[in-house]
Design a protein around this ligand. Structure first.
Ligand SMILES: [Zn+2]
Length: 495
C-alpha cells in the first residue's frame, strides 16, 4: 500500500464522513483477509514479488529468479541488491536505515537471503523457518506512557504471564493499551513500580513491549510491583522449574483457565480441527459445567436437552457441532497426540513421536532412553512425556478418548509392495527420512522394479532427498539437473 494511495483513500473517507483507517499496514492486512474479491479489487494495493516457488528448479540463484520475474513484467523491488560479503549486508542496512523514509511505502526491515539455491537446499529449514533467510528489523518507534497496573494471565500450560495495562497511547498508527512483560525476570529487570512512566515500542505485528522506565518521573512513595507467589485464578502456590524463567500453576486439573485452555487447544485448527466448536463455546460450556475434561467433548451428544437450552445456540449449530465432533474421530494419531497438549510436544515433535512409537501404549510405556532414541527428541521433551504419562488423570482421559473411538495408532502408510511401477527408473537415496529408513526405501524401490545407483550421473532419473543430505551430492544433482524428490513424492509414484 503506497503511502500516497493510503492518504488519498483516507481523505475520501473523511469527506464522506466515514471512519478513516489507522495505517497502511493494517489496511493492507485487513484487505488480504477479506473474502469479497470485488471489494479487494477496488482497493489500491500493489505487490512486489520476493520469490518464485516451483517444484522444479529452473534457476541456480535467487537473484537469477528475481531478474527473470522482472523480465516477465512482474513488480520486483528495484532496491534489492546482490552483495558478496557480510560488510556489504551491513552497508545496505545502514543506507536504508535513513533512506527508507524516502520510499513511497513503509517498510519495517530488510530480508537477507543466501543467493545460491544449492546452498539454500543444503541449509534447509527448521520446523518454523528457513535457515537461509533472516530479517533485520529497524529500530521500532517508541512512546512514553503511564503504567496503570500489572495483571496476570494463566495459559493452558499453567504458565503465569504478566501483562502491563497502560494508559492508551498512539504508537505506529495504532492505540496501545497493553504490553507484554514476558515473565517475572522482566519485571525485575525493569524494576517496575506502580504508576511508572514507561517507554513502549512496537515493531511490526509484534505485541508492544516496555523498553525501560523513566526514573525521573517515579513518585518517591511508589510501590514496587511484586510478582505473585500464588495462582491469581485458583490460589495454588506457583512453582518454577529449574532452568526456566516462567512460573507455573501446577494445578492443571483444577485451575479454570488451564482446563479451558487445554480443551481449546485440543479442538484447535492444528490439532483436532473440530468444525462448529470454537473457543467461546468451550468457555461457555465450561461455565455451564458441560465440559470439564477433553473427553467430555465426546459425551456432548448425550446432553442435547442442556444444549438446546443455551441462548443463541440453535438446532443447526448443535447439529454442525456434533457432526464436527463425530468427524474428528478420524483425525490421525499425530494430531490427537498434539491435541493432548503435553508440554514441549509441538506439531513436529508429535509427528516424530507418532511415527517413532506407532501407538499410544508404546509411547506411554517408553523409557527415557527409548524416547531419546527417536529423531529430534531430547532429554527435556522425553522427561516431559514421562511425567505426563505418570499421572493417573491423564491415563484415564486417554482411556475415555480411546473408548470414544479416537485414533491412537499411527496409520500404516499404504504402499504397493510389489509392482512394476518403477521399472526402468534409476534412483539415488541420500539424507535422513521421516517415515522410512534408507534401507526400507531401497527395498521399496527395488521391489517395485526400480534400480538403486551408487552415484549421481547425468543418466540418473531421481535423487530421493531427505534431511541433512551431503552438500556435494546436492550440488552435483543440481548441476546435472537431476530431479530431487521427497519420500512422499516416491510414495505418490507408487500409488
Ligand atoms: Zn491456577
Amino acid at each position: 500500500m503506497h503511502r500516497a494511495a493510503f492518504e488519498r483513500l483516507n481523505k475520501e473517507r473523511e469527506e464522506l464522513g466515514e471512519v478513516t483507517y489507522a495505517n497502511p499496514r493494517n489496511f493492507a492486512a485487513g484487505t488480504i483477509k477479506m473474502q469479497d474479491s470485488k471489494e479487494v479489487a477496488r482497493r489500491p494495493l500493489d505487490c512486489f514479488l520476493y520469490s518464485l516457488n516451483t517444484d522444479k528448479i529452473y534457476f541456480k540463484t535467487h537473484w537469477e529468479s528475481l531478474q527473470t520475474l522482472k523480465s516477465w513484467g512482474f513488480h520486483v523491488s528495484e532496491h534489492s541488491k546482490l552483495v558478496n560479503s557480510i560488510n556489504g549486508v551491513f552497508d545496505f542496512i545502514k543506507y536504508w536505515e535513513e533512506e527508507r523514509f524516502n520510499l513511497g511505502y513503509d517498510i519495517d526491515g530488510i530480508v537477507i537471503k543466501v543467493n545460491s539455491y544449492g546452498q539454500q537446499q543444503e541449509l534447509g529449514f527448521t520446523a518454523k523457518s528457513p535457515r537461509w533467510a533472516i530479517s533485520y528489523k529497524f529500530k521500532a518507534e517508541e512512546v512514553e506512557t503511564i503504567l496503570d497496573q500489572v495483571t496476570y494471565q494463566v495459559g493452558r500450560t499453567g504458565a503465569v504471564t504478566p501483562v502491563a495495562n497502560l494508559k492508551p497511547v498512539l504508537l505506529a498508527g495504532t492505540t496501545v493499551k497493553r504490553a507484554t512483560l514476558h515473565n517475572a525476570n522482566e519485571i525485575e529487570r525493569l524494576d517496575l513500580h506502580q504508576g511508572d512512566s514507561v517507554f513502549v515500542e512496537k515493531g511490526g505485528e509484534i505485541i508492544p513491549k516496555i523498553i525501560n522506565v523513566n526514573l525521573s518521573k517515579r513518585k518517591p512513595d511508589a510501590l514496587k510491583i511484586i510478582y505473585p507467589t500464588v495462582c491469581p485464578e485458583c490460589g495454588t502456590s506457583l512453582i518454577r522449574k529449574e532452568g526456566e524463567v516462567a512460573f507455573y500453576c501446577p494445578n492443571d486439573e483444577g485451575c479454570p483457565p488451564q482446563i479451558v485452555g487445554k480443551i481449546q487447544h485440543f479442538i484447535g485448527r492444528k490439532a483436532m480441527n473440530i468444525d462448529g466448536l470454537g473457543d467461546e463455546t468451550i468457555e461457555n460450556f465450561y461455565q455451564r459445567g458441560l465440559l470439564k475434561h477433553i473427553s467430555d467433548i465426546y459425551t456432548l451428544h448425550e446432553k442435547s436437552d442442556e444444549l438446546k437450552g443455551i441462548e443463541r445456540f440453535g438446532e443447526k449449530s448443535i447439529e454442525n457441532m456434533l457432526k464436527g465432533i463425530e468427524q474428528s474421530k478420524e483425525m490421525p494419531f499425530e494430531k490427537v497426540l498434539f491435541g493432548l497438549g503435553i508440554r514441549y510436544v509441538g506439531e513436529t515433535v508429535a509427528r516424530k513421536l507418532a511415527f517413532g512409537t506407532k501407538n499410544i501404549d508404546r509411547l506411554a510405556s517408553a523409557t527415557l532412553e527409548e524416547l531419546i532414541a527417536i529423531d529430534e527428541i531430547g532429554q527435556r521433551i522425553a522427561e516431559s512425556i514421562i511425567e505426563y504419562f505418570s499421572k493417573t488423570e491423564h491415563l484415564q482421559q486417554i482411556e475415555l478418548l480411546k473408548a470414544a473411538g479416537l485414533q491412537f495408532q499411527a496409520k500404516e502408510i499404504e504402499i504397493t509392495l510389489q509392482s512394476e511401477k518403477l521399472t526402468g527408473k534409476t534412483f539415488v537415496i541420500s539424507g535422513v527420512f521421516e517415515k522410512f529408513s534408507r534401507e526400507e526405501l531401497k527395498d521399496l524401490i527395488e521391489s517395485n522394479g526400480g534400480k538403486i545407483l551408487s552415484s549421481i550421473s547425468a543418466k540418473l532419473n531421481y535423487l530421493v532427498a531427505g534431511d541433512n543430505m551431503g552438500p556435494s551430492k546436492l550440488e552435483k544433482a543440481l548441476k546435472l539437473n537431476v530431479p530431487l524428490i521427497s519420500e512422499d513424492d516416491l510414495l505418490e509414484m507408487l500409488k
